[in-house]
Design a protein around this ligand. Structure first.
Ligand SMILES: Cc1cc2nc3c(=O)[nH]c(=O)nc-3n(C[C@H](O)[C@H](O)[C@H](O)COP(=O)(O)OP(=O)(O)OC[C@H]3O[C@@H](n4cnc5c(N)ncnc54)[C@H](O)[C@@H]3O)c2cc1C
Length: 331
């Protein structure tokens, strides 16, 4: 494992904010998880687990502890349809691998930034697929009990952008070493999620093989989403809003779209509040996807905080709904 000191968090996170981390340890083997944890424990320092930082925001004061970066690599078949992938692999590399093998289950998760190890944390999803649909279990290092454990999907409490790994008393407790997924020889069938369906119709596509879906999703995504290496962002900055029946009715009466499960798309709210393309303290609401905040020139977390508060307040005044931030804060 590699130990680095006084590392800029802004260089480890795609929003490119944040002060110094006291230590950053890159894990390269399964055993490194325990060794790195003991390194922190001996020094009585807190631990934060990081992948590629595409859903984490650094703070100006930095982190006076140890950041553990999962860089453990490897993908292997357990049987014809079951795969173990190490947490340090990029999720998109895993999707490329499985689609090349003509296997279905994660092809619509193409081009989502981040590592395999982070995928179960917020139950990554796109175009109607979520990692939950194929996940069987994860192998993890339990920082509380100081031992390696296997956690079955049923025990992960997976939901919309949430799991035991980021919510509740066990948030941050497990360092995910690898995941086990079970894929299939099936094909996705139309109708697809809106933008994919439009693409299929416009280009008269009839090939819905995993490889073809991957190519379409990748093209659609990068036509409207900021590439982390080109523009600083954390992808969707606000979560969609889920309402009870009474609130859903109130919003419908305001002509706000309320989708299945009483879900209100936050991007629609931001767009219809006229905020697309507007800049707040160096943070710009993307013109292409209103849910995305791009860090154009903000140098500090304080700027992001001000921008967030202003947007939240505008939406509260207009719709009576409080938007919640999706990315977690490194603290
Ligand atoms: C342009 C863009 C587009 C995006 N599009 C989508 C999308 O379509 N759908 C979607 O769901 N997300 C999307 N995201 C968010 C992000 O890609 C996902 O949340 C991704 O899973 C984060 O991976 P990461 O390795 O960067 O994790 P990080 O951002 O480093 O960490 C995210 C969380 O996971 C924890 N974590 C990371 N690795 C581990 C591990 N090995 N064990 C335990 N905990 C861990 C961290 O502590 C943190 O709480 C997008 C982000 C960007 C920048």
């Amino acid at each position: 494992m590699k130990i680095n000191e006084n590392v800029k968090i802004k260089e480890l996170t795609t929003m490119r904010l944040g002060g110094l981390a006291r230590y950053v340890i890159e894990l390269e083997t399964v055993e490194d998880a325990e060794k790195a944890y003991l390194f922190a424990k001996e020094r009585q320092l807190p631990v934060f687990i990081l992948g590629t930082g595409s859903n984490v925001i650094g703070k100006d004061e930095g982190f006076k502890g140890v950041i553990l970066l999962n860089r453990i690599k490897g993908i292997r078949f357990i049987d014809e349809l079951t795969i173990d992938a190490m947490g340090g692999e990029l999720l998109d590399d895993l999707v490329a691998f499985t689609t090349k093998k003509n296997l279905s289950g994660i092809e619509a998760l193409s081009a989502i930034p981040g590592t395999v190890g982070a995928a179960p944390v917020q139950n990554v999803g796109a175009y109607g697929q979520e990692i939950e649909q194929v996940l069987e279990s994860v192998h993890a290092y339990d920082l509380k009990e100081e031992k390696y454990v296997t956690i079955k999907k049923e025990d992960m409490n997976l939901g919309y952008r949430q799991s035991i790994f980021n919510q509740g008393k066990d948030a941050g407790r497990y360092l995910i070493i690898s995941i086990r997924i079970h894929l299939s020889h099936d094909r996705l069938t139309p109708p697809f999620y809106t933008s994919l369906q439009s693409y299929v119709e416009e280009h008269q596509i009839t090939d819905f093989s995993p490889k073809s879906i991957r190519e379409m999703v990748t093209e659609i995504r990068w036509s409207k989403l900021p590439k982390p290496e080109e523009m600083a962002s954390s992808g969707s900055f606000f979560k969609n809003v889920y309402l009870d029946d009474q609130e859903a009715e109130r919003l419908r009466n305001m002509n706000v779209p309320v989708w299945e499960g009483n879900k209100v798309p936050s991007g629609w709210l931001i767009d219809h509040a006229g905020l697309k393309g507007k800049s707040f303290y160096g943070m710009r609401v993307s013109e292409e996807a209103a849910l995305i905040l791009i860090n154009e020139s903000a140098q500090s977390y304080a700027h992001l905080k001000q921008a967030r508060e202003e947007i939240v307040s505008i939406i509260e005044k207009k719709y009576g709904l409080t938007l919640k931030q999706e990315p977690v804060e490194l603290e």
